[in-house]
Structure formats: structure tokens, C-alpha cells
Ligand binder design. Structure first.
Ligand SMILES: Cc1ncc(C[n+]2csc(CCOP(=O)(O)OP(=O)(O)O)c2C)c(N)n1
Length: 589
């Protein structure tokens, strides 16, 4: 058997996994792990980010764009703790990332060495990560490493994907043992999980009889690459298809059966069709509060009387938020295929364009488009976010990847920006993590170098991880980053105004303390300082030309766009409900 150190075992294993990049920041606590990668540069490249949170976001974006995981590394202590928000974001959205952090030497656990917290439990970084990962390990002997690393990749990617974290004490990274490097293919399932045949038959019967069938596609449809099956089923039934934030892109959004979204932001057509559905087939979704209008009956969904068929690979999601008529545990692609085959034995393909229900769908869609049109066509300067998005769509290729993380840009990108392919709309869905878009879009660009990749952040969002422009310039990661500058956290200000009252905006605008005037750094100067291409664009018609100059620059680019500050032009439209508690003293008013 060959002799390898702990670091070498991981390096040799991930070469077998064909992982092209490791992403992170070294410290004294991880250099024995990093050292073997120096001799394997031809196979694995190190991406030096400038914050560990960004390492995870970058790997997360890479996985969402490609379905392939990367490995992140950090030092002991603060380096490891800096990953928490990244891991939480990946976990809630079921995205696979493998993180490795340094840890106190096994023979000094509990002494309080540099960057160890030991006052209650020794070397217990472990417990911190439990909550934000699918699995955590601490390796205490180097010969455990082959087993742990193959488990980490298998668990992160199998079933419902998610992030995992491995702690490697410093001595374990450096010590050696005679070990075999596992073959990844020998430790992964070879087939997908199909649904219970009887439940599939009953579900097909229910769908065949439905008069107003709606399919709700969640992120699970994208993860399992089930869009062809989704489309086939929808067209067979003439069902309206709505998506969650994570499921956006599961159906081309110019398809006649695409009815956009249910939920608090959502769309009026999605909410109407969903709450009036007689049968709802929900696939790979968890019924988050934003999708369901905080579960208020009859706003986005009315279950019952709507009969719910819920398909998910994770049994804990079925029946969690709504009672089900039929719950099927299984992979989205597999169960949708089973449903199509079962239905074909019961009915012939409907000419859905001729059904009365199709007319209902079209009318609801038209009404919705009319409602958002004024914002999209607005000539206001600063421009509305809606107008910006309309211009952006006109000027991007069909398969371009757009990335958003929080606030108005995230919500409006979801609501108003049509996408046509899976994995082309990436969003930090369940955490809505500010600072995600910049590094995640860099991961997407590394995964899909031939695609146009664009991140869209508010000024608040951008300022949380803009230091990664240094990483982008260093490695020539040519994402175009849009900063929609409205001088504050205006989605929160607008929420204060919308829910608490016109005069209740507070601590959400950026104003200079001495003059009271709006304050913002210059994002173009900031971008220049990093060595990026940059532009400042005020007029909507200048978005297209600026974008092509940015793509042609061959550099990472930042385009600063001042956007509407005045309420309500500053925000998009709300079509459902969101449960934001109102202080008792304001309720009386
Ligand atoms: C890390 C993090 N902190 C706080 C929040 C709460 N939050 C949600 S949106 C938002 C404001 C976003 O501001 P900006 O990015 O400037 O976009 P805007 O809404 O102003 O267009 C905040 C503070 C969050 N989502 N993530």
C-alpha cells in the first residue's frame, strides 16, 4: 500500500473525483493539508478567495451551475467559523459543498492553543457546524481519512444534496499511513430512487381526472435535471406550471403553460391558479413561507380543498407544511417519468390549447403582465429596477446565467426576469444571504466559462463581499457585476413603509450624519482600484451598450446603475402576503 499524509490522501482522492479547484484561505492550521497540492498543480488549481464565506459561496455557485461539487479549505478557528453563513446558505438550498478546516493538534486538545475555544468543551468546532451541514466529521487518526473523504463526497451529493464539513487536526494533516485511495465510483449509488408504484398509479388517476391541474416545480426538479419530464407531463395534462424561487428555470418561461410563481412576491397568475387548483402536484419543493404567502389559506394555496400530491426525495418534507392526498418519496426525474408512463396508459395527450382551462391560464397571465408593465416601461431616471431588468433581458443571451442574493434585486429578478433554461437563475433562496451573488456568480463562471454570467446586487449586498473582485481579477473570472445603487437597504425600508406606515422608515437609508444627504461610495472607483472594467450607467438604453463593452473588455466588470429611491417606484409588486409582525402600538393606529 502506498504511504500518504492526511493532506495527500485528500488531494489524491479529489483528483479521482475530478475536482478542478480547491477554494480557500490558508493559515498555520491548514498548511500541512495545503502543501501536497503544490506538487499536483497540473491537476488541481487553488483559488485564493479573500474571505472564507466567499469560498463556500463560490463553490455553492459552481455546484448550482454545474451539479459538480468543489472542495473548500480554511484554517482553524476564525477561518472555519467564517464559513458558517456560506454553509447555512448551501444547506437550506440543498447545494453540495465539501469544506475542510484545520483543528487543534489531537495531542493538545483542550489546552487553548492559538484559535482553539476550549472553555466548555475541547476542540469543539464540530458542534458549531452541526446545524448548518448535512454531516460533520473530526478525523483523529490519519488512517480514517480515506473513509471520511469518500463519505463526505457521497453524502454531500447523494439524495438531497447539502454541504458537509471535515475537521482535520493539524497533526493528522501531516502524519502518514499506508492506505488505499478509494475509488469514488465504488461508493456512490448507481441508480435514482423511484416512487412506490401503487402511489404513482393513484397519483396518475387523480391527475387524469383533474380539471384545473397545477404543477409546482421546486429546486428538486432542477437538481435532478427533470425539466424534460416536467414539460412532457405538463403538456400531456395541459397543467399550469408554477415554480418556487429555487425551481425557476425548470420550465422555459416563455412556454404557454408557464404561469410563473405563487407566493408573497410571486405573481397574480401563479397565486390565482394555485389557489383554484383542484389537484396540485408539488415536486421537489418544501413549501417555504415565501412560496405559500406564510401559509394563509386561500392566498397562494387552498389545501384542502385542493388535493395535494407531493413528490420529494426527502421524506421529511412530505406532509410537513400541508396535508397530502398522496405523498411519494423519490427522485423528481424518476417519479415524473413514472407519472408520464402511468398516465399514457389512462389517457391520450390533451390538445391543451383547446381546453377552457388553457384560456383561464392565458387570461391570468395577461392580467399579471399588465400589472407589472408600468414599472417595466417606466422612463424614470434613476431607472426602476424593473426597467433595468427588462433592458438586461433584451441584451443577454438565452442561456446566460443570472445570479442574485437579497433585497429588491433578488425578489424582482425572480418575479420579472424570464429565464429559459435550468441552472440559469441562481439565487440564495432560503437564506437570502446578502453577499452571495458576487462570489456565487464567480463560481458559476468557473463552471460555465463559455456562458455570459451576470451578478445583480443592491449596494448593501455588494458591499458585503466586493473584496472578491480581487480574486476575480487575479484569476480572470470575467463575470459582469451590476450594482443597483439606491443608497440603502431599501427593500427593508420599503417593508417598513408598506407594513408599518409611510413615516416608519428607519435606519435603512444611507445618509451622512452631518448633512443628512444620501451617501454612497463610488462603485466605479472601487472597481477600478481592484483592476476591473467599470462603467456608470444612468439611462436604461445605455444598459445594452455598456454590457457589451463589459463583456468585450475581457476583464471582470462592475457596472453601477443608480436605481429609483422614491417609494413606491423603488420596489416591485407584491401579489400575496407575508407575515411580518406589527408592533402592538402601531396596530392600534
Ligand atoms: C447577511 C444578511 N444580512 C441581513 C439581511 C436582511 N436584509 C434583507 S434585504 C436587505 C437589504 C438589501 O439591501 P440592498 O442589497 O442594497 O438591496 P435593496 O433592497 O436596497 O435594493 C437586508 C439588510 C440579509 N438578507 N442577509
Amino acid at each position: 500500500m502506498p504511504t500518504f499524509t492526511g493532506g495527500e490522501i485528500v488531494a489524491e482522492y479529489i483528483i479521482k473525483e475530478k475536482v478542478p479547484y480547491i477554494v480557500g484561505i490558508p493559515g498555520h492550521g491548514i498548511i500541512p493539508f495545503l502543501d501536497p497540492f503544490k506538487d499536483r498543480q497540473d491537476k488541481i488549481k487553488v483559488i485564493q478567495v479573500r474571505h472564507e464565506q466567499s469560498a463556500i459561496h463560490l463553490a455553492d455557485g459552481y455546484y448550482r451551475a454545474s451539479g459538480r461539487p468543489l472542495l473548500c479549505f480554511t484554517s482553524i478557528g476564525p477561518g472555519a467559523y467564517n464559513t458558517i453563513v456560506g454553509l447555512a446558505t448551501a444547506y437550506v438550498d440543498s447545494s453540495a459543498v465539501i469544506a475542510v478546516s484545520g483543528e487543534t493538534h489531537t495531542y493538545m486538545f483542550g489546552r487553548g492553543v492559538l484559535q482553539e475555544i476550549e472553555r466548555q468543551h475541547w476542540a469543539d468546532t464540530f458542534s458549531i457546524m452541526r446545524f448548518v451541514t448535512k454531516r460533520v466529521w473530526r478525523i483523529t487518526r490519519v488512517d480514517q481519512t480515506p473513509f471520511v473523504i469518500q463519505q463526505a463526497f457521497r453524502i454531500a451529493t447523494a439524495g438531497r444534496p447539502g454541504p458537509v464539513h471535515i475537521f482535520m487536526p493539524m497533526d493528522v494533516q501531516a502524519d502518514s499511513a499506508d492506505v488505499e485511495i478509494p475509488d469514488p465510483l465504488k461508493h456512490k449509488p448507481t441508480r435514482r430512487i423511484s416512487g412506490d408504484t401503487e402511489s404513482v398509479r393513484r397519483a396518475a388517476e387523480l391527475l387524469a381526472k383533474a380539471e384545473r391541474p397545477v404543477i409546482l416545480a421546486g429546486g428538486g426538479v432542477i437538481l435532478s435535471e427533470a425539466s424534460p419530464e416536467l414539460l412532457e407531463l405538463a403538456e400531456l395534462l395541459g397543467a399550469a406550471v408554477i415554480t418556487t424561487l429555487m425551481g425557476k428555470g425548470a420550465i422555459p418561461e416563455d412556454h404557454p403553460l408557464c404561469a410563473f410563481y405563487a407566493g408573497s412576491k410571486g405573481s397574480s397568475c401563479g397565486n390565482k391558479l394555485a389557489r383554484e387548483a383542484d389537484v396540485l402536484l408539488a415536486v421537489g419543493c418544501r413549501f417555504a413561507d415565501l412560496t405559500t404567502s406564510s401559509y394563509r389559506h386561500g392566498v397562494s394555496f387552498a389545501i384542502p380543498p385542493t388535493k395535494l400530491i407531493h413528490v420529494d426525495i426527502d421524506p421529511t418534507e412530505i406532509g410537513k407544511n400541508y396535508p397530502t392526498e398522496i405523498g411519494i418519496v423519490g427522485d423528481a426525474k424518476c417519479v415524473l417519468r413514472q407519472l408520464v408512463e402511468a398516465l399514457k396508459t389512462m389517457m391520450s395527450k390533451r390538445k391543451y390549447q383547446e381546453t377552457p382551462y388553457f384560456k383561464v391560464i392565458l387570461k391570468a397571465k395577461e392580467e399579471w403582465e399588465k400589472k407589472i408593465e408600468p414599472l417595466k416601461k417606466s422612463d424614470k431616471i434613476p431607472m426602476t429596477i424593473s426597467r433595468f431588468l427588462a433592458e438586461l433581458r433584451k441584451n443577454l443571451k438565452r442561456d446566460a446565467i443570472v445570479v442574485g442574493s437579497a433585497g429588491h434585486p433578488q425578489a424582482q429578478l425572480f418575479q420579472e426576469f424570464p429565464v429559459y433554461e435550468p441552472r440559469t437563475h441562481l439565487s440564495s433562496g432560503g437564506m437570502s444571504t446578502m453577499g452571495w451573488a458576487v462570489p456565487a456568480s464567480m463560481g458559476a463562471k468557473l463552471a460555465k466559462p463559455d456562458r455570459q454570467v451576470v451578478s445583480i446586487s443592491g449596494d448593501g449586498d455588494f458591499l458585503m463581499t466586493c473584496q472578491e473582485l480581487a480574486t476575480a481579477v487575479q484569476y480572470g473570472i470575467t463575470t459582469v457585476h451590476f450594482v443597483l445603487n439606491n443608497y440603502g437597504w431599501l427593500s427593508i425600508r420599503d417593508l417598513q413603509i408598506d407594513v408599518y406606515g409611510k413615516e416608519r422608515g428607519y435606519a435603512t437609508e444611507f445618509r451622512a450624519e452631518d448633512t443628512g444627504s444620501l451617501y454612497s461610495p463610488s462603485f466605479t472607483k472601487l472597481a477600478e482600484a481592484f483592476g476591473c472594467y467599470s462603467e456608470f450607467v444612468e439611462k436604461p438604453e445605455e444598459i445594452g451598450p455598456a454590457l457589451s463593452r463589459a463583456f468585450n473588455s475581457g476583464k471582470p466588470a462592475v457596472i453601477e446603475v443608480p436605481v429609483q429611491y422614491e417609494h413606491p417606484w423603488s420596489e416591485g409588486k407584491t401579489f400575496g402576503w407575508w407575515d411580518v409582525p406589527i408592533p402592538a402600538y402601531l396596530r392600534k393606529r
